[in-house]
Every structure is written in structure tokens, then in C-alpha cells.
Design a protein around this ligand. Structure first.
Ligand code: F6R
Length: 366
């Protein structure tokens, strides 16, 4: 089943170009540029009336939801907020029938997500779920479903379900924008063109394994690793830290880089490495200041940067390069090396990558 791969996690990381391709073209066509959401059901007709969006998930799916929030704000122009389902379910969230609740869950069976959906249902909110499992419980509760086409994911650490959820959320944000009359044909064509480049970029990252392996050997001895990002790269930093801690048992934290001066910079010293996600996004110059501030305190920095970025290559102590993609899709390109990094560190430390201690693939009890 694992074929040429020693672990499911590595196999699933390598399946991403194909999984991304399948997910894009199950929801859209390039010629003519069009979106097809066959499983949205009655939710499709109600999207035009939506005034606000809440996105829910846990763990890796929450990180996808955080990026989905930014897509919806930017493309559909609606207020949007991502929330942890286990917190949401125990609050008194303000919702109504003009609120769209998007739950993200690869399994569709996560108990906190299902309970949060029950809260949303009682409030009369419209619900769409982004799910990788045909007929799962979230798809039965929601008014409509957007399926990711990642195929079965067996590794406990979620990889291909994360990147395909990003693709699904990107397209769903465009579908909401369309329903709100905010998406021109030219803009749709341009977004689909950007998406069409993504599988090749993902495959390109996978061919850069050697530079990642080298970094993994260096990081495998660390006791703590800090992941930093801004904008779309902030949830990527959270995801990079989650991947590393769950499979390698190294303590890792993901932070919004702007938080550094509000506390975390006190931790920086030569034995505390930072991974800074500093691809070509609009906040790259702010990331450069963060990197300089960390280095001034003796902290070694590995940059995840866009290839050809000479300034950052010179600045960082080491770099992992990714190919240039549209800035909205940088999370997909930037997270793949972090998945590989976590995998390589864990293997180097002799950890059971596919079955990390204390973890279950699907969390059906609190
Ligand atoms: C991390 C991981 C978990 C899941 C979380 C939600 O690698 O796999 O954090 O993302 O348990 O699971 P789903 O998406 O099935 O709701």
C-alpha cells in the first residue's frame, strides 16, 4: 500500500500534486472559466444572501480555515472569522440565517466540529462543510458540501488533506464572490490560471528534498523550534509547528511574527532555532526586520523563501527555497517543505511517523 515509500506520511506528501489537480478540476473548468459545485445543494442558492462567514475546524483543519478566512475577506468582501470548534461550541456565538458557517474537517467525524455545527444549526445559520470523506457526518448535517479529492489519508499527520482544503476554500471563496456579484469573468479566469500552475509548483517543491533533509539534520537536535509568519504565512507557521511537534516530539510554536516583541523574543538564544516563512508576500519586508532582530540576539534562522531571492538568501543562516506562485497560493507552496521537514526530523530521531504517540487519526470523543 505504501508502494515505494517507507511511510504513509511521505507517500501522502508526494501525492499532493495529483490531489491538488483532482480537487481543482472537480470544482472548476478552465475553458470556459467556470465553477461547478455539484454538492452544494440548496446552499448554493442561499449564498447571495450571506452577510458574514464563520469558519470552524480543529488542528490542521483550523489552520486551513484561518487561510480560508483571508480568501473570503479578499475575494467575497465579507466579514469572516476562523474559530476553534471546541471553543465555539461552548460559547454563545452570535449567528443568524445570514451567517454562513463553513466547517473544515477531512474526516467529517471530529466531535468538536459536529457539536459546533449543532450550535450553528440551532441558530439557523447556513452551513457548508469542506470534507474529504464521502458521506461523513459533517456532510449529512451541512446544507452543502465541498469535497476535497485527496483520496484516503492514513498518516495521522494531515498533509494532502490540508493543501486540498486550501484549494477547496480558495474556490469556495470565489463561488461566494460570484454569488455576491463581485467576480468578473476576467478575474475568475485569472484565478483559475493561477490555480492551474499549482500542481507543477508542488511537484517542484518535492524535488527539492535534499536542501530540506540538510535542514532536518540540523534541527533534529533542537529542543524547541519557533515558526514565524505574517499574513497568509501565519497559519502556515502554525501548521509547520504542529507538524513538527506531532511527529518528532520537538516542542514547536507557530507565531504571528508581529508578536515577537510582545514576549517570545525573550526565548531567543543560539540554541533556539527559528523557521521564518518569508516568501514574496506583501509582508516580506516586515519579515526581514523580524529575522534581523532574531539574529541580533544570536538566534539562527532558516528562511522559507522564494527561489531567486538573493537578499534573503544572504540574510538567513540557511534557506529552503520554493518556486514562485501567485501570492494567494503561497501557503500551498510554503507548507510542503515544512511537512517534509517534520517528516525528515522525525525519521532522523527514530519516531513512529505514521502513528505518533498519544494521537488518533480521528478525534471522535472529547
Ligand atoms: C494534525 C491533524 C489533526 C487534525 C484534526 C482535525 O496533523 O491531523 O490536527 O487536523 O484532528 O481533523 P479533521 O480534519 O478530521 O476534523
Amino acid at each position: 500500500l505504501k508502494g515505494q515509500y517507507p511511510h504513509f506520511m511521505l507517500k501522502e506528501i508526494h501525492e499532493q500534486p495529483e490531489a491538488i489537480t483532482d480537487t481543482i478540476w472537480s470544482l472548476a473548468t478552465l475553458d470556459p472559466p467556470a465553477l461547478y459545485f455539484d454538492d452544494l445543494g440548496s446552499a448554493g442558492d442561499r449564498l447571495a444572501a450571506v452577510e458574514r462567514v464563520v469558519l470552524l475546524g480543529m488542528g490542521t483543519s483550523l489552520h486551513a480555515a484561518m487561510i480560508g478566512q483571508r480568501y473570503i475577506e479578499a475575494f467575497a468582501g465579507l466579514p469572516a472569522a476562523a474559530d476553534n470548534a471546541s471553543e465555539f461550541r461552548y460559547r454563545d456565538p452570535v449567528l443568524d440565517d445570514r451567517t454562513l458557517v463553513i466547517s473544515v474537517s477531512q474526516s467529517g467525524e471530529t466531535v468538536d466540529v459536529l457539536e459546533a455545527m449543532a450550535v450553528a444549526r440551532r441558530a439557523g445559520a447556513l452551513q457548508v462543510t469542506v470534507c474529504n470523506t464521502e458521506g461523513a457526518q459533517t456532510t449529512r448535517v451541512a446544507d452543502g458540501t465541498v469535497y476535497t479529492r485527496a483520496g484516503l489519508e492514513r498518516g495521522v499527520a494531515s498533509t494532502k488533506c490540508f493543501t486540498t482544503a486550501l484549494v477547496a476554500l480558495y474556490l469556495l471563496a470565489l463561488r461566494i464572490a460570484q454569488a455576491k456579484g463581485r467576480l468578473s469573468e476576467e478575474a475568475l479566469a485569472s484565478h483559475l490560471h493561477d490555480l492551474a500552475q499549482l500542481p507543477r509548483a508542488a511537484a517542484d517543491v518535492l524535488r527539492r528534498r535534499d536542501q530540506i533533509r540538510k535542514r532536518a539534520v540540523a534541527l533534529a537536535a533542537a529542543q524547541h523550534v519557533l515558526f514565524l509568519g505574517r499574513g497568509l504565512a501565519f497559519p502556515v507557521a502554525m501548521e509547520g509547528a504542529l507538524k513538527l511537534k506531532e511527529v518528532s516530539y520537538i516542542h514547536a510554536e507557530g507565531y504571528a511574527a508581529g508578536e515577537m516583541k510582545h514576549g517570545p523574543i525573550a526565548l531567543i538564544e543560539p540554541t533556539f532555532p527559528t523557521v521564518a516563512i518569508a516568501t514574496q508576500h506583501a509582508l516580506r519586508s516586515k519579515m526581514i526586520s523580524n529575522i534581523e532582530q532574531i539574529q541580533a540576539r544570536g538566534g539562527p534562522v532558516t528562511g522559507v523563501i522564494t527561489e531567486g531571492d538573493a537578499e534573503l538568501t544572504a540574510l538567513c543562516d540557511a534557506v529552503i527555497t520554493v518556486p514562485a506562485v501567485s501570492s494567494w497560493l503561497e501557503p500551498v507552496a510554503a507548507v510542503i517543505p515544512l511537512q517534509l521537514l517534520a517528516y525528515d526530523v522525525a525519521v532522523h530521531r527514530g519516531c513512529d511517523v505514521d502513528q505518533p504517540r498519544n494521537l488518533a487519526k480521528t478525534v471522535t470523543v472529547e
